[in-house]
Design a protein around this ligand. Structure first.
Ligand SMILES: C[S@@+](CC[C@H](N)C(=O)[O-])C[C@H]1O[C@@H](n2cnc3c(N)ncnc32)[C@H](O)[C@@H]1O
Length: 314
């Protein structure tokens, strides 16, 4: 890999754009949680945790909480919830619901221990480096992450799922394999989009689950989770350290693998593997096209210093 050019998301200027531009600062934005008829079953969390994760979840960290309808339902079902959002407007609303709440961006995962991190449709972060960074921090602390998604069904329900009317039953999500144009056997679904933060967790070696848990009068509820494993912890911790400490090693025109290995007390093989993963990540987020997206646009257009270029030497 000597001679390769590594493009890195320069975290300070990138996150300063994200933090100043992506909060939803008033109550007017309409979305799933503030539809009048939207409801969520807080009990579904313990059913899911018991059956899929094999443990009870008492203390939950809940970022990107928005109106807090889901967070409050989970707390009312007997869990301890710490809810955060980037928006001061929604944080004060969350506190008004009686939740422990603070202003934090998704990637700013607290160091306090939680049984799991959980969020509902955190779309502002799922397909950009904010989500990737948060995911590295979640993986590196060995904490499971659950992402809940809802989809309207408009009353048309696949008969296969007609028994899923309470939070108790679970159905694993499957994809079909196609062979020569015909549908063949099924396999467990996995996150397909290369820029999805769940896909990064899956490729770092975490276990991925995807279930349809229940439906109500209006929506299906899909639960996806990633459960870190020792290999995903090792990989994510090293990549996170290189990203967080990039001001120390990536501000010049080139970097030597051996020098990096020496300064971070790692083997050259471990550093090379980490740089290869970061090269792949930069391709997935298309940094080579001078793009570094956030929910709102291309940060590289607003400030070209958000992308760092550095040549890798032996
Ligand atoms: C969760 S999304 C809404 C999506 C979902 N469909 C729903 O109805 O809940 C909206 C929330 O994301 C918050 N948000 C945007 N960018 C964020 C970030 N980087 N970190 C944390 N919260 C963020 C906004 O302030 C807003 O409250």
């Amino acid at each position: 890999m000597a001679g390769a050019v590594l493009l890195l998301p320069n975290l300070k200027p990138y996150l300063s754009i994200v933090h100043s531009k992506t909060a939803w600062d008033n109550g007017k934005s309409a979305d799933t949680q503030n539809q009048v008829d939207f409801q969520f079953s807080g009990q579904s969390i313990s059913v899911y945790a018991r059956k899929v994760l094999g443990k009870e979840l008492k203390k939950l960290y809940y970022p990107v909480a928005f109106t807090g309808k889901v967070a409050k339902a989970i707390e009312d079902a007997g869990h301890e919830v710490y809810a955060t959002d980037l928006s001061p407007y929604w944080v004060s609303h969350l506190k008004g619901l009686g939740l422990r709440a603070d202003m934090r961006s998704f990637e700013d995962i607290p160091s306090e221990r939680f049984d799991a991190v959980l969020s509902f449709e955190p779309y502002p972060v799922t397909k950009n480096v904010v989500g990737y960074l948060g995911m590295l921090r979640i993986l590196s602390t060995l904490t499971p992450y659950i992402q809940i998604l809802s989809r309207p069904h408009c009353g048309i329900i696949n008969p296969k799922w007609s028994h899923l009317t309470t939070p108790e039953p679970l159905e694993i999500r499957e994809d079909r394999r196609y062979k020569n144009g015909t549908v063949g056997e099924s396999h467990r679904a996995y996150p397909k989009l290369p820029d999805d933060m769940m896909r990064q967790a899956y490729d770092y070696g975490a276990r991925f689950n995807w279930h349809i848990v229940y439906f109500d009068e209006h929506h299906f509820f899909d639960f996806k989770s990633v459960v870190p494993a020792p290999r995903s912890v090792r990989r994510s911790s090293l990549d996170l350290m290189l990203l967080e400490k990039q001001d120390d090693w990536a501000s010049g025109p080139s970097v030597s693998i051996r020098m990096l290995a020496h300064s971070f007390a790692k083997s050259p093989e471990e550093i090379a593997a980490s740089l290869l993963r970061l090269l792949e990540i930069s391709r997935r987020y298309q940094l080579q096209n001078d793009t570094l997206y956030y929910c709102g646009g291309n940060a590289a257009k607003e400030d070209p210093s958000v992308i760092r270029k550095i040549k890798i030497v032996d």
